[in-house]
Design a protein. Structure first.
Length: 94
């Protein structure tokens, strides 16, 4: 997943088992239906947020309800924004 590479934390600080699961989220049997739906939207959001489909949002809504779907989407957007902000203004970047 491309999101692993854009994470605010160095990949070396992440749990190796979790990195493996997230890297293979679409085929890993340990990823449940809710996690799979959230990771699918997350991956598309990080590549091109305009490419998120209605079906993906409907699926999140079916699994999480209004508040849950909004919470997932807001968290993805905020973490992406904070990561980009940190990259632009991190020491040595300017």
């Amino acid at each position: 997943m491309t999101g692993v590479q854009t994470c605010a934390l160095p990949i070396s600080s992440a749990d190796p088992a979790l990195v493996t699961v997230v890297s293979n989220w679409s085929s890993d049997p340990s990823v449940n239906e809710v996690e799979r739906a959230a990771l699918e939207v997350c991956e598309v959001f990080l590549m091109d947020h305009h490419s998120i489909t209605d079906d993906q949002i409907i699926r999140l809504h079916q699994l999480l309800g209004d508040q849950g779907a909004v919470a997932v989407l807001m968290n993805i957007a905020m973490l992406d924004g904070f990561t980009k902000f940190r990259r632009v203004f991190s020491e040595g970047a300017i």
